[in-house]
Write a new protein. Structure first.
Lengths: 416, 416
C-alpha cells in the first residue's frame, strides 16, 4: 500500500503533468494546466507518490505524524520556478532609477560611476557574512512568495577571483536554503574597466576560472550577456565550448535590446535557455522552436526601465517554449516573487493567465534543466507544492499585490 | 507623566508631520516625509501621545500590559490611506481583460453584456451574506498590506434601492472592520439600461436616495463619474448641490480619459478630492491648486487597461496636492494594496519615492477629509502605524512584490 507523510485533498489541482513526453509546453498547449476538480496530491520523504481525485486518497496509508489537509477547494499547484535572478549583490541603486526616469541615458549613468559598476563595487566591498545574509534574506522572501526552485547567478565580480568568491557564497546559501537553488556562473556580464576593450583576454580569464567552478562544484551552468556593445557571439563561443566540454549547461542573455543573432546561436549550441530575446529575428525564433530551447521572458526590466516589453504571442505562434522569471537585480528589475512576474507577463507581454502559470512552473523547470524533477504534480517528482488562497488560479494574473500564497511546501516540507 | 500602552522605538521614523498648517503637501514639499533617526512613537488608548528620538521615550510611563518594541532601525511610518476603491462587488471579469488585450474595445465588451453591467448583475444577484464576506476579506487583505484607512464606494447597484443595499452592507463591514472605512455613495457611475439616456431622471432618483443615506448615516460622501459619454458637469450639479446641502462631502471621477472641465468644477464646488484627472487642462490644474483640492492618481487602471498614465510632474509643478489609491475594482484595476500603487505611481507616473509615500499617507488622508486625524505620526492623531521590514522606505517604490509590511497597528491595536 502506498505510504504518505503529506496529503493535500479537496483541491482544485493543477497538475501541469507532461502531455505526452517530458518536454516544455508550446503552441496551443502552452496554457494547459491540467486542472483536476476535487483533486489530491500525496508525498512521502520529499517526493510526490500519487495524485488523484475524490476520496481515493483514503486508500493511502498515512505514516505516523503525516500532515493531512482538506484545502476546501483552494488551488493546489506546483511551486514556482524562478529561472533567472541576480540575487548576489550588495547596495541599491535607487537614485539611478530616478535619474533614468528624468531622462538620463544609461551611458550617462555609467559615466557618473553608476550602472553595473556601482553594484560591482558595493558587492566586492561587502564581507562574506554580509553577502550571505543578503542572499539568505532574498531566498527567504522568494520562498514566502511561493518559489520552490530559484536560479541565482554570480556576475557582479567581473574579475575571476571575485566571481569565484560570489559563487562560493551562493553555493553556501544553496546548502542551507529551504528551497532548491540552481547556481549559474555569469562569466561574461560586462568588461571590468582595467581591461579596456580586451574582450578576448577577459574571456580567456573567465575560461581559466572554469577549473575551480568544476572542482568545487560551484555552478551547474555558465551564462553570458550577448548584446550589441557588450559581448558578441564570437566572443562567447570559446567560453561556451569550454563550459560544455566540462559538463556544464550554458544559457545566455540573448537579443534583449538588439538582434545580434544570439537566439539562433543559443539554439545551435543547445543552450539550456535563451533569456530576454525580445528582439530576436523570425529566423532566431524558428531555430529556438526547432531546438525546443526555452525562452525566459523578463518583463520586469521592460516595466522598470520603460522599454517595449517582449511580445509573448510571437513566441507562442512560433511554438517556442516560454518561461517567466523575475530577473531580480538591483539595476533594472527590482521585482520580487513570481506572482508579480505573472501579472507583468500577462499585462505587458500578452500571455494568457494559464500560459503565464505554465511559464512560471513546468516550462521554467525546463529552462533550468529540471523539467523531469519539479514544476509538475506527478509521482516521482520533488514535492514542491503551493496552496493558493483562492479557487481560481487566474487571480495570480490579475490580483496584483494580493497575498495569494497560503502555504508553500518544498521537497514535501512546509517552508512558508 | 505621559502614559503609553504602545511604544515603538529605535526607528527610522517618518512622521509626515504638518509643515506649517494642516494642509496637504504640494510642490517642493510634496516629498517631505520628515525622517527622524533613532525615533520613537508612543500611543495610549488608540491615539498617538508623543513622538521623539533617542532614549527620551524612557520618560513615558508604561501602563500595565503596554507593548514595547525596539524595531532596530526599521522604518516606522503612518499606515497607508487608500482613498479610492470599489470593493463592494461580486464576480470577476477576467475574460474581459483578455478580450480587451486582444484588441476588442470597451464598447464591444459592453455590447456583449460585459463591462460594468456584468459586475452590476453579479453584485445584485449576490446575497447580503456573500457580499459582506467579500468585503470583509478584501478589507482584511488591504490591512495585511499596511492600509489603516480605506475608502469603499457603492456604485454597482445603479438603481437606488440596490445602491442603498450595497451602502448598508459597506456600513456593516465598516462596523466590524479592524481599520477605518470611509463609505462613499457613488450615485452616478453609469446609466442602468432601462433608463435609456434619461440622465436627468436618473440623477433625480439618485437625489431621492440621499434622504435614506443621511437618515441611516450610510455614507460620508457622494461621488459621480464625470466623463464624455457618461455624465457631464451639468448632469451632476444638482446631485452635488443636494449632497452638500445635506452635509455630505463630494468627490468625483474627473477628466479620466477626456477633458470635460471636471477638474475646474471639482475645485469650484470644493470637492473633497478629484480622482484620475489625467486629462485635465492647465486651467483645471490651476483651479485645483488654488482650491488645494487633492487629486487622487489611479495608476492601476492605466497599467491594466494600457492607456497613458497620468503625469505626476505636471501636478507637482502646478502645486496640486497629489494622493495615490489602488482604485481596486473588478473591471479596470484589480490592484491590491498600497505598496504596489506606490510602485506604479513612481514607475508609471513619475512620482519620486518620497512623493509617493506622501501621496499614500498624509495627502491621501486629506483626500478623505481626514488630514487632521490620520496619515501622520503626531500627538493627538489616531495611532495608525506600520513597521516596514527595511531601514529604507524607498524600497516601497522599487521592491515590487516584496513582503515589506512587518507590523500594522490601527488605532493603536496590532491588526496584522
Amino acid at each position: 500500500m502506498t505510504q504518505a507523510d503529506l496529503v493535500l485533498h479537496g483541491a482544485r489541482l493543477l497538475t501541469l503533468a507532461p502531455l505526452r513526453e517530458e518536454r516544455p509546453r508550446v503552441g496551443p498547449a502552452a496554457g494547459d494546466v491540467g486542472p483536476v476538480p476535487d483533486g489530491w496530491v500525496a508525498a512521502r520523504d520529499g517526493a510526490i507518490v500519487a495524485t488523484g481525485h475524490g476520496a481515493t486518497h483514503e486508500r493511502l496509508e498515512r505514516v505516523a505524524g503525516a500532515i493531512e489537509r482538506d484545502v476546501e477547494g483552494r488551488v493546489v499547484m506546483p511551486g514556482f520556478v524562478d529561472p533567472h535572478t541576480h540575487l548576489c549583490y550588495a547596495g541599491e541603486r535607487w537614485e539611478e532609477f530616478a535619474t533614468r526616469r528624468s531622462g538620463a541615458d544609461y551611458l550617462a549613468v555609467l559615466t557618473a560611476g553608476g550602472g553595473i559598476h556601482a553594484t560591482v563595487r558595493a558587492t566586492r566591498e561587502a564581507t562574506d557574512e554580509a553577502l550571505l545574509a543578503l542572499l539568505q534574506r532574498r531566498i527567504g522572501d522568494a520562498t514566502e512568495l511561493g518559489t520552490t526552485t530559484i536560479e541565482v547567478k554570480s556576475g557582479y565580480g567581473l574579475e575571476p577571483a571575485e566571481e569565484l568568491r560570489q559563487l562560493r557564497l551562493i553555493a553556501g546559501a544553496r546548502a542551507i536554503a529551504p528551497i532548491d537553488v540552481a547556481v549559474t556562473y555569469l562569466a561574461a556580464h560586462a568588461l571590468p574597466a582595467p581591461l579596456g576593450d580586451d574582450r578576448a583576454r577577459f574571456i580567456r580569464e573567465a575560461i581559466g576560472a572554469l577549473a575551480a567552478v568544476i572542482d568545487e562544484k560551484l555552478a551547474e551552468a555558465v551564462d553570458a550577456f550577448v548584446e550589441k556593445g557588450v559581448f558578441d557571439v564570437d566572443d562567447v563561443r570559446p567560453l561556451f565550448a569550454a563550459a560544455k566540454k566540462a559538463g556544464l549547461a550554458v544559457t545566455l542573455h540573448a537579443d534583449q535590446l538588439n538582434d545580434v543573432g544570439a537566439a539562433a546561436f543559443a539554439a545551435r549550441i543547445r543552450a539550456r535557455s535563451a533569456d530576454h530575446v525580445a528582439h530576436a529575428s523570425a529566423d532566431g525564433l524558428r531555430a529556438l522552436a526547432r531546438a525546443q530551447t526555452p525562452v525566459v521572458l523578463l518583463p520586469g526590466s521592460a516595466f522598470f526601465v520603460g522599454y517595449a516589453p517582449p511580445e509573448a504571442r510571437r513566441f507562442i505562434a512560433a511554438r517556442v517554449p516560454l518561461a517567466l522569471a523575475t530577473d531580480h537585480n538591483p539595476g533594472t528589475s527590482p521585482l520580487e516573487g513570481m506572482p508579480n512576474a505573472i501579472v507583468l507577463g500577462v499585462t505587458l507581454c500578452g500571455l494568457t493567465p494559464h500560459e503565464a502559470i505554465v511559464a512560471a512552473t513546468i516550462n521554467a523547470a525546463h529552462a533550468l534543466g529540471r523539467g523531469g524533477r519539479t514544476g509538475a504534480l506527478v509521482a516521482g517528482r520533488r514535492a514542491d507544492v503551493i496552496v493558493l488562497d483562492t479557487d481560481d488560479e487566474r487571480e495570480l494574473a490579475y490580483r496584483m499585490g494580493a497575498p495569494l500564497i497560503d502555504e508553500v511546501y518544498a521537497s514535501g516540507k512546509r517552508v512558508a
